[in-house]
Design a protein around this ligand. Sequence first.
Ligand SMILES: Cc1cc2nc3c(=O)[nH]c(=O)nc-3n(C[C@H](O)[C@H](O)[C@H](O)COP(=O)(O)OP(=O)(O)OC[C@H]3O[C@@H](n4cnc5c(N)ncnc54)[C@H](O)[C@@H]3O)c2cc1C
Length: 400
Amino acid sequence: MELRSPESFWLLKNGIPYNYPSLQDNIECDIAVVGSGITGALISHTLHRAGYKTVVIDKRDVANGSTAATTSMLQYEIDVPMHKLATMIGEEGAVTCYREGITSVEVLEALLKKEGIDAGFERKRSLQVAHSEKAVADLEKEYHYRKEHGFRVEWLSSAEIRERYSMESQPGILSEEGASIDAFRAAHELISRNHAGGMQVYDHTPVKEFQYETDHVKIITEGGFHIRSKRVLFCSGFETLRMFRKKYADVISTFACVSEQSFGLYPQLKDLLIWDTADPYIYMRTTDDGRFLVGGEDIPYKYNPVSEKIKSRKTGKLIKKVEKLFPTLTFLEDYTWAGAFGVTKDGLPFIGEHPDFPNAIFVLGLGGNGITFSVQGMELVLKILAGEDHPLLHYYRFDR
Ligand SMILES: Cc1cc2nc3c(=O)[nH]c(=O)nc-3n(C[C@H](O)[C@H](O)[C@H](O)COP(=O)(O)OP(=O)(O)OC[C@H]3O[C@@H](n4cnc5c(N)ncnc54)[C@H](O)[C@@H]3O)c2cc1C
């Protein structure tokens, strides 16, 4: 499965910062983490620091799956509006899931600070605008719902948006809590630090078979070696969905495009995440090196890999939309790419155990908030391992 087109911006910008050996021996550990994207990096960090003998394996280079393609906006707003989520999982659940999004941004910020990792983390406000006049009423309802539940939101009219951000759009919700990051760099730096601290990491190590025994899992690699592990933690991204008999999520292809540096971007956009409610939607942010990054135009995942023709048509549409929102801005394209994305009906991830896979735990940060969900996974896996409960495990369970 192709998780992204070859020329993702983060990979071109950062190169491959760290390489690891492939597995060439039989080993044992407490927990084998399969996958070294942002999820595997965060989860293995937690496990290693909690004292578990942790091994990370990946069939690709570190962080070369979706994490190399992400636009890395950190938002508490889930793809499904809070008032709609409340009709699916109840008001308490919706409020809890939204609040946890805010906590995740704080947790990630504190973690990067503590580890001294510069991964372009920047605090930003988040502006969600209606895509049409018809969509305004629903978004305004969402605004009131969030306000009632104590979220720091402001309703901006079109005139206010124009005045503050030089943007021509329908009204929208301005939220205080948001951020952006370079998730590729964050994953690499975290894994490298823990590797230096004794965590074993093997890249280019594809798995041939997982054997689920009563008290351990045996992972047999294509190279003919095996890992005997008390538990296996699947942080293996959207490809993991193929393991299940049931379809838990739809996979889509999404497109992204980053501008040249210093092309006359309005300074007032620097500390802002922007997205609209259109389907397919569009979202925008700046990067820490002065570019404008735009993503969206999702389509069902069936082009493997996405052809150059589709990619340039889709990113061309994204640029046109940006220029419609900012009529005096000329977006100078530098790099474009496509990536795979998993979408659930309620916008929530799957984190927890699954009856078909004994001794396995899954952290599948699906949806447009995959990264904040992976951050939440850090606490949740420790709870599962300790045999304790957590309200989120109920909302993120497989049999919901
Ligand atoms: C264009 C785009 C924009 C996005 N925008 C945002 C955003 O703004 N905010 C946000 O929060 N999220 C966003 N996402 C989603 C986000 O990128 C993902 O949630 C996140 O990167 C998933 O990280 P991961 O570590 O779970 O998966 P991945 O990065 O895909 O890592 C999984 C790893 O597992 C490895 N693997 C899989 N199977 C095996 C196996 N059997 N054996 C060994 N290794 C295996 C893979 O090689 C891969 O390296 C976006 C995604 C895309 C594509």
